[in-house]
Design a protein around this ligand. Structure first.
Ligand code: CIR
Length: 255
């Protein structure tokens, strides 16, 4: 059974952190409706939803992916690169505790879950504005004993590694070459996003299905032609906060 941890959209999403986008007005009620539709999509795909209540004090807290990495063996609580987000960690830790032994990243390390792409026993981590070398070294030290290999990768002008590349099948990655050099992933099959769809590399794998934003139709067509089972969701208001589909859940198998 898949467990999906989510958290409702903060009424203060409009005060979110922004790194690459200009601030534009966010319709919070619409964001909440879109987020509920996203949660319903996860339920329709067989996930058991563990939904945390929205938190007014943390504008970005809907993006639960950033505060933890959940593996089969353990979960690692991160120390988000944006100081405004560090208070989000404890409440997600409380809901993760029944499922996994918890490890944690400590100062001066910083790490955002959005920077972490796990493919099998490889853990790729974006060296970004949010995740620093100290955080990545700590992750490596924690996970080496669990049999994972951690590799830091440079990003080109995007927020997180998973803005640039996500896994869509066991051997296949969806990638935006203007954000990351495809050469780092030469052992996988690479599908590049369609031209003009800059932020289209973020897809959420749920078993053999993909949850995918509704506003990248050309990349969606490409994925459909490749035979992927696509479930599109409109996340326009979350995208204005530099969020996408992986960041709104922590998805893992019940141990
Ligand atoms: C932030 O800057 O932290 C939020 N506004 C967006 C975080 C998106 N997280 C993700 O893609 N994993």
């Amino acid at each position: 059974m898949w467990i999906a941890i989510t958290r409702g959209v903060s009424p203060n999403l409009g005060n979110c952190e922004l790194s690459f986008l200009e601030r534009s007005e966010i319709d919070v009620a619409l964001a909440q409706a879109q987020h509920q539709a996203y949660e319903q999509t996860l339920v329709a795909l067989g996930c058991h939803l563990v939904a945390l209540p929205a938190a007014a004090e943390w504008p970005d807290s809907v993006f639960v992916e950033d505060v933890a990495l959940v593996l089969d063996e353990v979960a690692v609580l991160t120390r988000p690169g944006a100081a405004s987000r560090r208070g989000e960690v404890a409440s997600v830790a409380a809901v993760l505790a029944p499922y996994r032994r918890l490890l944690e990243i400590e100062a001066p390390g910083t790490l955002d879950g959005g920077d972490i792409l796990r493919v099998g026993r490889m853990i790729y981590v974006g060296l970004s504005g949010r995740s620093n070398r100290a955080g990545i070294e700590q992750l490596n030290a924690l996970l080496r004993e669990e049999g994972y290999r951690v590799l830091a990768l440079p990003l080109l002008g995007c927020l997180h590694l998973k803005s640039a590349v996500t896994q869509v099948a066991e051997d296949t990655l969806l990638l935006q070459p203007s954000f990351i050099d495809p050469m780092f992933f030469s052992e996988y099959r690479i599908l590049e996003v369609a031209a003009g769809e800059e932020h289209a590399a973020n897809a959420l794998q749920v078993g053999s299905s993909l949850v995918y934003p509704a506003n990248f139709p050309r990349t969606a067509d490409l994925l459909a032609q490749e035979g992927f089972d696509l479930h599109t969701v409109d996340v326009s208001e979350l995208q204005k906060a530099e969020g996408a589909v992986t960041c709104c859940s922590l998805l893992f198998r019940e141990a």
